[in-house]
Design a protein around this ligand. Structure first.
Ligand code: GLN
Length: 464
């Protein structure tokens, strides 16, 4: 009731939800009955969770933030949602997002613009801005998001909550609307690292419906937290932390840099050794990401043809049925990505465009991906974890970058490399910079080796 009340009061200004479930109290009463009957309860029994709208739910609409899927109701639950339900969670609703995950502010939603709870004239980040804002405004306990190039971590940083992008393959993508399949992961938001750890554990694991999901055993993330450790003066003694030099230079706001450096000193106080490390391929990540993500998305979005899902335009013949449905259904950012993607993949303009693009962009971008993986591997040989800002600035004003896509894309520089390498990364609040009525939160990004979520969560828990 407390959460629902807060939701009622804050939602008209924050606008984090595209749909709020009508069954919350009913499901809560069922849990009460279970308690009365001494029945076994799942680990998330009665816990209110928000779900990003690109994650399929049978009992609520799932639009991916797109008008092309307005009122669409999937025939099945995403595996992550099924697991949440099995753990007893109560789904509070579907959260707003940039259309199909394409954006960094949630302004590219086909429905509404979500406000940052720290300053409602600012963006919550994106594309999972609705989930981050909902957790930040305490409209729900925790939430699911998705992260293709930073969509969990950057909004977590902007909204002052914890965000976890797991290793590619840790969580099943079955029922997650595909943006760029080789980069997409479902991630978690919480207001503490412990909450985030419990949520991640509940949704992780192998799934026969997703061939890329890993068979690796899922450790009990939260039960690895040792409460006595928090009483020790140097609980992280011996942990080697590499601070990524390329993330503290030009283009990064000075107050962000000093907040991250202060966080590094805090890690030293906790017993870590912190040294600067270089990722030579760092700056190549962004252009490679935008080529790969646009190309994959242009192919993935071809399924929205007005026949199989969602909105269908009234048209006389098949070609205009396809084109009218897509023209009316997709928003401008999505159209731009489709154009960029089909352009980059286009064979028709081979000599003039594709050949040059292949030599200059496409081939190196495949290579870039290997280079990025290698430079992370090298850096993680000498360090247990790497740290960086989660974004080059704090949350900015609505509208500020809306008409400047390149400036918006540049803001993803801190996060996209991690997706190219498929690694896990945790973002947690580490300080504030000036701005808004009460200051603006800054997130610290901690990056680990493949399937090292447990280590990141333990370090994050001690850090916070
Ligand atoms: N902002 C990035 C993009 O627009 C990342 C989005 C995401 O992770 N879904 O592609």
């Amino acid at each position: 009731e407390e959460y629902l009340n807060r939701l009622r009061v804050t939602e008209p200004t924050i606008k984090s939800f595209l749909h709020v479930s009508e069954n919350v109290m009913k499901e809560a009463e069922e849990i009460d009955l279970k308690i009365e009957r001494n029945e076994e309860l799942g680990v998330l029994a009665g816990v209110l969770i928000g779900v990003k709208d690109n994650i399929c739910t049978v009992d609520m609409p799932s639009t991916g933030g797109s008008r092309i899927l307005q009122d669409y109701r999937p025939a099945y639950d995403a595996t992550a949602v099924k697991k949440l339900k099995e753990s007893g969670a109560i789904l509070v609703g579907k959260t707003n997002m940039d259309e199909f995950g394409m954006g960094s502010t949630t302004e590219a939603s086909g429905y509404q613009v979500t406000a940052n709870p720290w300053d409602v004239s600012r963006v919550p980040g994106g594309s999972s801005g609705g989930s981050a804002a909902a957790v930040s405004a305490r409209q729900c306990v925790a939430a699911l998001g998705s992260d293709t190039g930073g969509s969990v971590r950057q909004p977590a940083s902007f909204c002052g909550v914890v965000g976890m992008k797991p290793t590619y393959g840790r969580v099943s993508r079955f029922g997650l609307m595909a943006y760029a399949s080789s980069l997409d992961v479902i991630g978690c938001f919480g207001s503490s690292v412990a909450d985030t750890a419990i949520l991640l554990e509940a949704i992780s694991g192998h799934d026969i419906f997703d061939a890329t999901s890993s068979k690796r055993e899922v450790p009990s993330f939260a039960s690895q937290f040792i409460s006595t450790e928090l009483l020790e003066s140097k609980p992280l003694k011996g942990l080697r932390v590499g601070i990524i030099g390329e993330t503290l230079g030009d283009g990064v706001d000075k107050p962000v840099v000093s907040t991250i450096k202060a966080a590094a000193s805090h890690l030293e106080e906790l017993g870590c050794t912190v040294s600067e490390v270089s990722l030579p391929s760092f700056s190549l990540g962004l252009p490679a990401y935008y080529i790969l993500a646009s190309s994959e998305s242009s192919s993935n979005l071809s399924r929205y043809d007005g026949v199989r899902y969602g909105n269908q335009a009234a048209a006389e013949e098949l070609n205009s049925l396809h084109s009218d449905s897509r023209c009316n259904g997709f928003g401008p950012e999505v159209k731009m990505r489709i154009l960029m993607g089909t352009y980059a993949l286009s064979a028709g303009y081979y000599d003039a465009y594709y050949k040059r693009a292949q030599q200059i962009v496409i081939l190196p971008s495949v290579l870039v991906r290997t280079l990025v993986q290698k430079s992370f591997k090298d850096a993680l040989r000498e360090n247990d974890i790497l740290i960086s800002p989660a974004a080059p600035s704090a949350a900015y004003k609505m509208g500020e970058k809306k008409n400047d896509p390149l400036a918006m894309y540049a803001g993803d520089i801190m996060t996209v490399n991690v997706n190219l390498a498929g690694l896990p990364a945790l973002v947690l609040p580490c300080g504030f910079v000036e701005g808004g009525p009460a200051g603006l939160p800054i997130g610290l990004q901690m990056i680990g080796g493949q399937f090292d979520e447990g280590k990141l969560l333990r370090v994050g828990h001690i850090f916070e």
